[in-house]
Write a protein that binds this ligand. Structure first.
Ligand code: HEM
Length: 152
């Protein structure tokens, strides 16, 4: 059971961090030459899909993370430094995502549906900022999680 939980935990991390990596380092530069209206339309279609997967990844990371922590390590007292760091940074990432989803993303979708492209672009910049911060944190957390048993 612990092995399945850890496998699911790692897969969820790949979906979330890998998705942010793709969005920021591959999709964004590839979209720069597109007309603004097309870029906005694409973002309006892809963000809800990606964020639905991020919600699923967060639920899996949370349940499996605490599952492994409490059933595999008997709680935080038995966990190494890397797991405490992962928990702290992971919770910050989740809170940042939650704020971004309910504030800038909801405003972006409202502006997108109303055809207010300048408002949508402003909200998208805020979304991009949060995604960049979470990408950096997600890479750090993943390296901590994968290597921590050798030093934590
Ligand atoms: C609620 C917060 C979290 C908790 C309580 C948690 C807990 C854990 C635990 C207990 C392990 C096993 C570590 C070991 O055996 O040495 C682990 C591994 C791991 N975690 Fe987390 N985690 C959390 C959030 C995250 C997040 C947000 C990410 C990345 C986005 C992440 C990525 C990983 C990775 C890549 C591993 C290594 C998996 C492997 O080696 O198979 N975790 N986590």
């Amino acid at each position: 059971m612990l092995i399945i939980a850890l496998g699911a935990h790692m897969l969820a991390a790949i979906v979330w961090v890998g998705g942010m990596f793709f969005a920021h380092l591959i999709l964004r530069p590839a979209m720069t030459s597109m007309p603004d209206a097309e870029r906005l339309a694409l973002r309006g279609r892809l963000l809800p899909r990606f964020f639905a997967w991020v919600w699923a990844a967060i639920i899996v990371l949370f349940i499996t993370g605490y599952g492994v922590l409490y059933f595999g390590y008997e709680g935080l007292a038995g966990a190494g430094l890397h797991i405490r760091l992962m928990e702290g940074i992971g919770l910050i990432m989740m809170l940042l995502f939650g704020w971004m989803y309910f504030r800038p993303f909801k405003s972006f979708m409202r502006a997108f549906k109303e055809g207010d492209s300048s408002q949508a672009a402003a909200e998208f910049d805020r979304i991009r900022g949060v995604v960049l911060v979470n990408l950096v944190l997600g890479v750090i957390v993943s390296v901590l999680g994968a290597t921590g048993n050798f030093w934590g």
